[in-house]
Write a protein that binds this ligand. Sequence first.
Ligand code: ZN
Length: 330
Amino acid sequence: MAEPDWMAEVRALVGKAYGRVYAWDPVNAPMIRHWCEMMGIANPAYLDAGSPEAVARGGLVAPATMLQVWGLEGATLNNYPPGSTTENPYEALKLLEAHGFPSVVAVNSDLEFERELRLGEKLYYTTQLDSIGEQKTTALGSGFFVTLKMTYWAQQPGGADEEVGRQLFRVFKFKPAQAARPAPAGAAATAPPKVLRPAPGISDDTRFFWDGTRAGQLLIQRCTGCGALRHPPGPVCPACHSFEWDTLQASGLGRVYSFVVMHYPEVPPFEYPNPVALVELDEGTRLVAQLVGIAPGEVAIGQRVRVEFATFDTADGGSIALPQFRPLAA
Ligand code: ZN
């Protein structure tokens, strides 16, 4: 599709480098110890200055993967040390927001590092707007993949600062699907394809359940060792550890044990508001399923429901029969 004129202003920012953001603290042992504690890391090179691992490195070092920690602003947003740039490295994202792409999801992040950092090193990072992809439409909506690259530097007294690592962040800045503007008349042929439900992952442990729904039966796995019922399906009885099992056809009657009503974000192909219940079957097991035939505001815990089955096309070209529950008439 042709890009709107305002996009040229956004693309002009690609390659722009933003100034330094300084670390609040030099690389230090307390922060390293806290980080290792939270991550469950016990490498003596990071924690025990007298260990052979640390001595071989000339003293304690910081885990290389801890790189991003040193440049974080802390509990107060955008509170960076004196001397840090006041530029906003996210100005491309702000421009996209201003032009109707308000939502953001983080897509991926790559971390590269040159070496471990030593105690006392003073760091800063610089940011570059690396790339902005072509407009793409995903299940979430239509928008742009924006990639930012942070480069981390160790300050060298009297010398050229040393690049110690890089971190790449990619986000998807998008207009949510339900907020898309209506297509102009005559544009129906270019409407995006209908979004289909993802197919569930079906294994040897779960195939009976989906075969059952297709036949209009709600099957519960039953241990033939001790008779315990279980759901979701699994290979082993959690009560007696038997691998032997058969199935029991549920009556399809139960009650709403708990529920949520999904309002936002509206992800196709579901209709919103979308009431989803944890249903406790009369046989005793529980399962998650969509509620149908009830106003979202009228769902109540304890409500009696009965199963029914609806068949949907799935994104892999197949179809799936899903159990749904409808309130029983009072
Ligand atoms: Zn058992």
